[in-house]
Design a protein around this ligand. Structure first.
Ligand code: SF4
Length: 373
């Protein structure tokens, strides 16, 4: 059994003992196997939480959530990580993608945003809702998460944790093994399904407690905590704020995917430009371009690919000429063309079957910065 009393060696017997008066505890053979669902990411905390509960001979199944901004609650490239972690832990895994419904929530989150555009309380509530569905499907007794009290300012303080629980109808049913001893007793602890004395009392942003536990569990090379949510990134937050402000209708997943690439410029309420930063981004931009988008490519000089996206209006070269000239000027700024040299570009649009050569001077850096998001 792993020692979890690294940060609070004092234990309280009245809280820690199993309820030995419970007739079910006296006859283990007659006991239904206790089951829990875990919200799993590829990070360390939820991994430890699952290990602590499995050690108590409790069956655990996991749910991993992906949103347009966060890969399985764990940042870029962790989609595979969460699969690896679940197989290492030898637990079943259900993956859930929150797409459109997440964007709808993001436009107007009930509990607002954190330091960026991160709606952590509403986001966690959606995750709890998915975990709850899985709990009901498999007849699990409670939910476990890798949350650590006071680790994250918006969603991991006592008040936020209790709001999230309450709003997802999970009051008392969410056990956070890493911090359990400094949180109110949960239903599974009160019922004697879980031994509280074996749970942790970690709090705050330091990783010391988790690393100690990881060492006790023999985890070589422990991963970082889950992170990497784009909505906490200040630069990305500017882009998503701009998208929310100017979208006529609900933003699409395609709109969000575009935000992850290139340099972004806004001309007015309905027109924006995205300029690729390298070959890889140019190719991705081509794959994300809609039929209604104008594509701009340099002809004689190496340069980026740009997308001019105009909302709520059919492509019309004459009507959009000024916006196209701005777009060409900015695109050329990032090409190899000399500052004073007029240069040709190809402008295409699938919807209107446009395929035209246009030319312009590159914008100066001052002009470019006027439009940058
Ligand atoms: S940082 Fe906040 S918004 Fe982002 S995934 Fe975590 S809880 Fe959700």
């Amino acid at each position: 059994m792993v020692d979890t009393n690294f940060s609070n060696p004092l234990t309280d017997c009245s809280e820690n003992c199993f309820n030995n008066d419970d007739p079910e505890n006296k006859d283990p053979a007659s006991k239904k196997k206790v089951k829990a669902v875990a919200l799993l990411s590829g990070g360390l905390d939820s991994n430890l939480a699952v290990r602590m509960i499995k050690e108590q001979n409790i069956e655990v199944e996991a749910v991993a959530i992906k949103t347009p901004f966060c890969d399985f609650d764990c940042g870029k490239g962790c989609g595979h990580k969460v699969m690896e972690v679940s197989s290492e832990l030898d637990i079943k895994l259900k993956t859930v993608y929150l797409g459109k419904e997440y964007l709808t929530m993001l436009k107007n989150p009930k509990h607002g945003y954190g330091s960026g555009m991160n709606p952590c309380i509403d986001c966690r509530k959606m995750m709890y809702d998915e975990a709850k569905k899985h709990m009901e499907n498999i007849g699990a007794d409670f939910l476990i998460t890798g949350e650590v009290l006071h680790q994250r300012p918006m969603s991991q303080n006592s008040n936020a944790l209790s709001i999230i629980e309450k709003e997802s109808g999970m009051e008392g049913k969410v056990l956070r093994p890493l911090s359990a001893k400094i949180l109110p007793k949960t239903e599974p602890e009160k019922k004697g399904l879980v031994d509280r004395s074996l749970l942790g009392s970690i709090q705050g942003r330091s990783r010391k407690g988790q690393l100690h536990l990881a060492n006790n569990f023999g985890i070589a090379d422990p991963p970082n905590s889950a992170g990497g949510c784009l909505l906490t990134d200040p630069q990305f937050s500017k882009r998503i704020r701009d998208l929310m402000k100017y979208s006529i209708s609900e933003p699409s997943i395609n709109d969000v995917e575009l935000l992850k690439l290139g340099r972004h410029f806004r001309f007015n309420d309905y027109a924006k430009l995205i300029v690729g930063r390298n070959q890889g981004e140019n190719e991705l931009l081509l794959s994300l371009a809609l039929n209604s988008d104008y594509l701009i490519q340099t002809i004689d000089t190496p340069g980026p690919i740009s997308i001019l996206r105009i909302s709520g209006s059919r492509p019309d070269l004459r009507k959009h000429k000024k916006l196209l000239l701005y777009s060409i000027g900015i695109t050329l700024r990032y090409s190899d063309v000399l500052p004073e040299k007029n240069c040709k570009v190809k402008v295409t649009n699938s919807m209107s079957r446009t395929n035209k050569i246009m030319s312009s001077l590159p914008f100066s850096i001052v002009e470019v910065e006027k439009y940058r998001i």
